[in-house]
Write a protein that binds this ligand. Structure first.
Ligand SMILES: [Zn+2]
Length: 350
């Protein structure tokens, strides 16, 4: 490929062929690269389609529904006779989003102008390119997204023009998206975007098809509810899932596999809290008065003990299981302690 200005200056590191599984990091010192850890190979089934020379892939999901990826983030769009409805505008995809829409509508003959933009939630990494479609776009979001964005004052994330509390049906040019709020989960405002005719659910930062979740369950805020969202997601009759991250779409088998992984993290965290003796950590750091060192060494040991078995079980089944399972296990362990009240040796003093 001939690198163009837009690919090279913006995301040179992201536009290498996805199938290689390798990221070229131009300008990184050789010595620093040599010091970096090696990880298990990524299962080929976790990889998405190769990107084009502009650094994106656009594919039809079903009917007038399409998805776009740069192999790190994902967006979804619905073409209609009146204009395009886009869900999320991740900055890394950026202006490639309109290029993808133009590519599709040039063939279909439908209008390429984006008239509606749905925000899955307020986080900048998913909607931070919202301004590329201009000011006269209807922006649809949960009421809480509007509140969070009013506090943030980010010029790249303009306020929604339409907000809702529990459910909203967005109808444009004969097409329909059902927006549902099921309470705080990944963030306080994260919603479900369901396209019934296309049997597709977009749920961002909850399900990560083919991969373990990003660190700390995708840096999620309400862990018990984030866990519960697996069942809520599976209660919709979808066949295709748009997870908002990485390079491919999801299936129901992907959702079930992640649910199993999360369940295993919970079971192993329970066992570690119940079984790990904190005596060595108290003996080592107690006399120094370093309370944080006691907790860190105890929690790290419990997390390591719990996560090793999960890493072994899902190696080769979920990509990057050795990259983020320790962090995910820690989040599960802390949630069991603080949300669940399962405090083990740090329970009620007798
Ligand atoms: Zn997020």
């Amino acid at each position: 490929m001939t690198p163009t200005r837009r690919t090279f200056l913006t995301f040179a590191a992201l536009t290498v062929p996805v199938a290689s599984g390798l990221l070229a990091l131009p300008g990184t010192a050789q010595g620093a690269v040599g010091d970096l850890p090696d990880y298990l190979p990524i299962p080929p089934s976790s990889m998405g389609p190769a990107l084009n020379s502009d650094g994106y892939y656009v594919g039809q999901i079903k009917g007038n529904l399409y998805w776009v990826t740069d192999s790190f983030y994902q967006s979804m769009f619905l073409t209609t006779r009146e204009g395009v409805v886009v869900v999320d505008a991740p900055p890394t995809i950026g202006r490639n989003l309109q290029r993808a829409i133009d590519e599709v509508t040039k063939t279909s003959g439908k209008p390429s102008k984006v008239t509606h933009l749905v925000y899955s939630h307020s986080h900048a990494d998913h909607i931070g390119a919202a301004t590329i479609f201009g000011a006269d776009v209807e922006r649809v979001a949960h009421r809480e997204t509007g509140r969070l964005l009013r506090e943030t004052h980010d010029p790249n994330r303009p306020l929604p023009t339409i907000t809702f509390d529990d459910h909203y049906t967005l109808r444009v040019g004969g097409e329909l998206l059902q927006l549902d709020y099921h309470g705080p989960n990944h963030s306080a405002d994260n919603i479900f975007i369901y396209a019934p005719k296309q049997e597709t659910l977009m749920l961002v930062d909850v399900l990560f098809p083919g991969w373990v979740p990003f660190k700390q369950f995708g840096i999620s805020q309400e862990i018990p509810n984030w866990v519960r969202m697996h069942d809520v997601a599976l209660s919709y009759p979808w066949r295709t899932l748009v997870g908002g991250h990485l390079g491919r779409l999801g299936t129901r088998a992907d959702a079930t596999l992640q649910k199993d992984y999360v369940t295993d993290l919970r079971v192993n965290a329970d066992a570690a809290i119940a079984g790990l003796d904190p005596a060595p950590y108290l003996a080592k750091y107690g006399p120094t008065g370093n309370a944080w060192a006691i907790f860190k060494s105890y929690l790290d040991a419990a997390t390591r003990q719990a996560s090793d078995a999960v890493i072994a079980k899902y190696a080769g089944k979920l990509a990057a299981v050795d990259v983020f399972t320790f962090d995910n296990q820690f989040t599960m362990l802390e949630s069991l302690r603080t949300d669940g009240g399962h405090l083990g040796p740090f329970g009620i003093h007798q």
